[in-house]
Ligand binder design. Structure first.
Ligand SMILES: [Zn+2]
Length: 428
């Protein structure tokens, strides 16, 4: 039951927000009715105000860490960490939505925007009247048609924090600060760099947890060794060639853990969707499954300039003119997994694997028929519309996401299984 006398100041808020004089008892009755249906107080007040043509009350600004699931009328000041468009179908109609990460000094959350607010990565904005829902067991901020977005001075929020305090590698995004990550150092290299005119030793390599791998750089000597399992506190994430990279320095803490806390065999190359890779801007040693939609021109048997390694066009190098080309094999292909697509680059070894032919065999075959394009046609026959599982490194640039393929595995079109599944469905 809704208690009486509790809402006098709330009624004052509503009356103050209205242009017209509305009878207080009428408003009170309606407010109590909304509340009795379980409508949250702020939303009930704003609904009333809207109904009588007033201006919405901005509820108090909320810190992201205090946002719960299923809140309405949210008012947040945050920085956009990443934003990506996505086409979805709602009731048979195509709609463009946006998703990504936003953060303030207290937490980082995922968000979905159902309207184009023309916001960009790095923007600091005030969001009024958003709502939250549950996604992956955490509150997700949703911006709808009735949300307002105002651009603020970027210095309003200097850095954002990742929450929960402990982040998994797959969730790291360029621009995050104050992150805590537990990972195993899979490789470690010392390098001397010159920073502000001084020589400095830095330590870098690849680290991994159960969700994935990430390049790291340490600007301080923490006495690290390969295969150490460490917890880095107060690290930050930079973008390198678009992909996230973890950095730690004298402001960070590094704690060494028992190395069986994260056994080597638990560190996987995790399967990720292409949309996640696009959102992250890339990733180190990731696995993707998709279908080849297109083989791009200049795939197959190519000739490279012996001076600069560039691919020759009609036996000519753009810089060095007519040269004796060195034969090579490669594939450039568009791989799509239904969530997005990327440009996959296969080197000579991977191309030989796909063709089941060596470079020499390719050269010989092409020379016999005097048609180098024959190899490209063979590639198309072998991989177009074929599901592939690839591992490798992904980077992003103005052309989108480029994936350097390290391993390729042709997935079988499991026709028997599909047929059995269909039979089962029919029997049920
Ligand atoms: Zn050249």
């Amino acid at each position: 039951m809704v208690e009486e006398n509790n809402f006098e100041s709330d009624l004052d808020d509503v009356i103050n927000a209205l242009d017209e004089d509305i009878d207080r008892s009428e408003l009170k009755k309606k407010l109590e009715e909304y509340l009795s249906y379980g409508v949250p107080l702020d939303q009930a007040k704003n609904t009333l105000i809207k109904q009588y043509g007033g201006t919405l009350i901005v509820s108090q600004k909320k810190n992201l860490k205090d946002v719960q699931v299923n809140e309405r009328g949210l008012n947040i000041v945050c920085r956009i960490i990443s934003i990506n468009p996505k086409e979805i179908e709602v009731k048979g109609e195509k709609r463009k939505i946006f998703y990504g990460f936003l953060g303030d000094e207290t937490a980082t959350r995922t968000f979905t925007s159902w309207k184009d607010f023309e916001i960009n990565k790095g923007d600091v904005i005030q969001i009024t009247n958003a709502y939250s829902r549950e996604w992956r067991k955490e509150p997700q901020i949703n911006l709808s048609e009735s949300t307002d977005v105002t651009q603020l001075d970027p210095s309003t929020i200097e850095s954002v924090v990742r929450s929960p305090a402990t982040a998994k590698i797959i969730d790291l995004r360029g621009g995050m600060g104050n992150v805590e990550v537990t990972a195993r150092l899979l490789s470690l290299e010392e390098k001397i760099v010159t920073a502000r005119g001084k020589e400095k030793k830095i330590y870098s390599g690849i680290m991994g947890d159960t969700t994935g791998k990430i390049p790291y750089t340490s600007w301080k000597d923490f006495g690290l060794n390969e295969n150490d399992v460490i917890t880095v506190t107060n690290g930050y994430v930079k973008s390198w060639r678009g992909a996230p990279q973890l950095v730690f320095d004298e402001n960070s803490q590094v704690e060494k853990l028992d190395s069986d806390k994260l056994p080597l065999q638990d560190i996987g190359t995790s399967l990720v969707s292409i949309s996640i890779l696009i959102e992250r801007g890339g990733g180190a040693d990731v696995m993707v499954e998709g279908t080849v939609l297109e083989v791009i021109k200049d795939s197959g048997l190519i000739y490279r300039c012996p001076e600069c390694n560039r691919v020759l066009k009609n036996g000519m190098c753009g810089t060095h003119g007519e040269v004796q080309g060195i034969p090579d094999l490669r594939i450039k292909a568009i791989l799509d997994d239904g969530t997005g697509s990327l440009n996959a680059l296969f080197n000579r070894e991977r191309t030989e694997q796909i063709l089941g032919m060596t470079l020499d065999e390719c050269k010989q075959t092409a020379e016999e028929v005097m048609n180098p394009a024959l190899i490209e046609h063979k590639i198309i026959d072998n991989i177009i519309a074929r599901p592939l599982q690839v591992t490798g490194d992904a980077f992003s640039d103005e052309f989108g996401l480029t994936f350097l393929v390290h391993t390729v595995h042709m997935l079988s079109l499991d026709i028997t299984k599909q047929a059995n599944d269909l039979l089962k469905e029919l029997e049920e």
